[in-house]
Write a protein that binds this ligand. Structure first.
Ligand code: BT5
Length: 250
């Protein structure tokens, strides 16, 4: 069924009860020349995280992949991951969950003791030339109507936080928020501002494991196209483009 937003990119939605991975399916559609498409599944049997990690995806989740063909250079792609994280954080707020974003791609919920649990992770994949993306797949995995004990120990779900949600309405909210942030005439600054507004990482002491080594210090800002600015103890500013981020206790 097509979801029309009255904007410039309606998505066609392809639903699967059970599929190995919605990202894999979206990549297949990309290879077939499909334009804007959304693949959604109730359950994944081969869900993937970043760096070939496994993603636990039992029935009751919102496992989704957006296939996009933005006329933007590959260097801008991290912006889409940020926008998806903002969209999931906003939709979560709308159902009463105080969700915050951990750089770059996790949506977390903290309990009263400050213990943070992962509600959503996003796997972004793409192919492109130097100046133009050929296809882009942005894949948020949202733990929706799932018991916490069916998930890894440091995970949470919408069910565990506030009870079951209407997954269709939740996804609609995510897609609309995502589209508003990434529509053709959107300002890049809007995405960065929205991300800052929902960030858990800014102002925190972090340890980031990057391809170039470990960077530790205070996370002070996010910068185009999605890099984290870290002030180290030596008062140096380091700009981190990719890596795994850990929030440290003060
Ligand atoms: C991610 O990877 O967080 C990206 C996850 C993206 C999943 C979606 S589902 C729809 C689409 N189709 C796919 O096949 N994938 C995408 P990363 O940052 O590497 O985190 C992976 C780690 O999170 C794992 O090593 C586990 O520790 C943990 N984990 C696994 N399943 C989880 C879950 N359901 N909830 C929370 N944490 C989980």
């Amino acid at each position: 069924a097509a979801i029309e937003f009255g904007l410039d990119a309606p998505y066609d939605v392809e639903y699967h009860e059970r599929i190995p991975s919605t990202n894999d399916r979206a990549r297949e559609l990309a290879a077939d020349g499909t334009e804007n498409d959304v693949v959604v599944a109730d359950e994944q049997t081969g869900g993937r995280g970043r760096l070939a990690r496994e993603w636990t995806a039992p029935s009751g989740g919102i496992w989704v992949s957006l296939l996009l063909r933005p006329s933007r250079p590959p260097a801008d792609v991290p912006l889409y991951t940020l926008a998806a994280a903002v969209a999931v954080a906003r939709a979560s707020r709308d159902v009463g969950v105080d969700a915050r974003i951990k750089w770059p791609n996790d949506v977390l919920v903290a309990d009263e003791a400050g213990e943070e649990r992962k509600l959503c992770g996003i796997l972004t994949e793409m192919e492109g030339e130097a100046d133009r993306v050929s296809w882009l797949v942005v894949g948020p995995g949202i733990n929706a109507n799932i018991d916490a004990d069916a998930l890894p120990p440091d995970a949470t779900s919408l069910r565990a936080e506030v009870g079951d949600v209407d997954r269709r309405a939740f996804l609609q909210g995510v897609l609309e928020a995502f589209h508003r942030l990434t529509r053709r005439d959107a300002e890049v600054g809007e995405i960065l501002d929205a991300w800052r507004e929902h960030a858990a990482t800014l102002g925190r002491r972090v340890r980031v494991d990057t391809p170039g080594g470990v960077v530790e210090g205070e996370a002070v800002d996010v910068r185009f196209p999605g890099s984290l600015v870290v002030r180290t103890d030596g008062d140096d500013e380091r700009v981190v483009h990719a890596g795994d981020c850990e929030h440290l206790r003060p």
